[in-house]
Design a protein around this ligand. Sequence first.
Ligand code: GDP
Length: 279
Amino acid sequence: EKIFSGFSKTRDNLAVVDELLLYWNLADTDRVLDDLEEALLVSDFGPKITIKIVESLRDDILAGKLKSGSEIKDALKKSVLDLLTKKGSKTELQLGFRKPAVVMVVGVNGGGKTTSLGKLANRLKNEGAKVLLAAGDTFRAAASDQLEIWAERSGCEIVVAEGEKAKASTVLSQAVKRGKEEGYDIVLCDTSGRLHTNYSLMEELIACKKAVSKVVSGAPNVVGITGLILTKLDGSARGGCVVSVVDELGIPVKFVGVGEGVEDLQPFDAEAFVNAIFP
Ligand code: GDP
């Protein structure tokens, strides 16, 4: 599976875990846990989670609850899985309670928003949904061309800005309006890249959100981010960031990006992920 190969470098980073645990004995505990700590840090689990995992393993080992390398490995896998699933939030896209469902992507420049939206359009279209794309990135001139290529590739319709000075919120509300009138299942809205520190761009984002939700439900809605797409995990040895991001933000990962191609957006499955990095 692709998700597997997408995390192969992280798996290589963590392969040391198997070696450590294979030869583990009680007297070695401190050394093994130090090495495990390093492997987790190198794979970007972050200090907070790494310490949490390692100290809980140490407690269980010293309390006699974990008696072999393979028991320690199982406990390690379970604690990572628990971290990914404890909030109980769904990793599947939650669509369909209102038509059209509206998905808006936000993030920094170059993060992979437009590409991920294109891949998502293709995936949803293949699942039988009627998908409308909305080119709401009105700052980056090429973004709308890029999204048009994805629209063509996936056979979806697209709404783009009319005129050079069109506001993002206008484009998006036009798209959602059309989505509603023409019976689309889902409208996927691209937005410009921005950092949360840029006040006027954040204001624009709020305006977009309000405009879009007003069309769908008649009421402005500024509820925050409901899911994450973690991009560019292919070729990265730092898959542990998935765990630290979920723990830090308390928001589920819905998809992972593992390449630039149309098929390279995988629904995130916590158990498959854990098995991929700790085979
Ligand atoms: P945006 O500014 O957030 O819309 O970012 P883009 O969608 O334009 O992506 C920036 C670059 O990253 C493009 O060259 C994409 O092809 C590339 N990219 C996006 N997602 C992935 C991914 O999952 N893996 C890899 N390797 N490249 C990606």
